[in-house]
Design a protein around this ligand. Structure first.
Ligand code: QAP
Ligand code: CO
Length: 171
C-alpha cells in the first residue's frame, strides 16, 4: 500500500513528467497503485496522488453487474486527450485526494485518448459517459489540477464547509 496525499498538499498542484522507461520499476509502481486504489475504494488513481510525479493513471470502472474486475483495468501512460465535438456532460465527481467530498463538474462528453500501455505500446481509445469523465478527471491530475478548481459558486461554498468540518473532526 502506498500513501495517498490529500488536498492541500502542494504536490497535487505540480505537473507530472513523461514516463521514459517501460521497465520493471514502472510495472511495480503500476501494481502498487492498483492495490492502493482498490483498498481505498477508488475507481481511478493518478501517480501524483501517491507522490510520484509521473504521467500515469489507472481507471477501473464497475461493470453492468456493479462488480469491479481487474480485467477491466486500463493503465494510461503518457496520455494525450482530444475532445470529440462540443458536447458536455455533468457528473458528481469525487477524488481520493479530497476525501468525503462529492460535487457536480462539467466535462467534455466524448474524447479520444492516445496513450501507452505498460510495455510502451501505443494505444488509442474513444470514450463517452463515465469513462470519459474519469479520464478527464485523472488527466487533470497529470497537469497539477483538481476537480475542485472546476466547481460552481455554490459547489465552492459546499467545499469550504466540508473542509472546515473535516478539520474540526480531526481535532
Ligand atoms: C475519479 O475518483 C473519478 O472522497 C476517481 O471518500 C471521479 O475513485 C472518476 C473516493 C468521478 C469518475 C468520476 C472518493 C472514495 C473515490 C472519496 C475516485 C471517498 C471514497 C474517488
Ligand atoms: Co482525483
Amino acid at each position: 500500500m502506498l500513501e495517498i496525499i490529500t488536498y492541500p498538499n502542494k504536490l497535487l498542484f505540480t505537473r507530472s513528467q513523461e514516463v521514459e522507461k517501460f521497465d520493471e520499476n514502472l510495472h511495480k509502481l503500476l501494481d502498487d497503485m492498483y492495490e492502493t486504489m482498490i483498498s481505498s475504494n477508488g475507481i481511478g488513481l493518478a501517480a501524483i496522488q501517491v507522490a510520484k510525479p509521473l504521467r500515469i493513471f489507472l481507471i477501473n470502472l464497475l461493470n453492468d453487474k456493479e462488480e469491479q474486475n481487474k480485467e477491466d483495468l486500463i493503465e494510461f501512460i503518457n496520455p494525450v486527450i482530444t475532445p470529440i465535438g462540443e458536447g458536455t456532460q455533468v457528473y458528481e465527481e469525487g477524488c481520493l485526494s479530497v476525501p468525503g467530498f462529492f460535487e457536480e463538474v462539467t466535462r467534455y462528453d466524448r474524447i479520444k485518448v492516445d496513450y501507452c500501455d505498460r510495455f510502451g505500446n501505443a494505444k488509442s481509445l474513444e470514450a463517452d459517459g463515465l469513462l470519459a469523465v474519469a479520464i478527464q478527471h485523472e488527466n487533470d491530475h497529470l497537469n497539477g489540477h483538481l476537480f475542485i478548481e472546476k466547481l460552481s459558486f455554490n459547489g465552492r461554498k459546499k467545499l469550504e464547509k466540508h473542509l472546515k468540518n473535516s478539520k474540526k473532526s480531526k481535532k
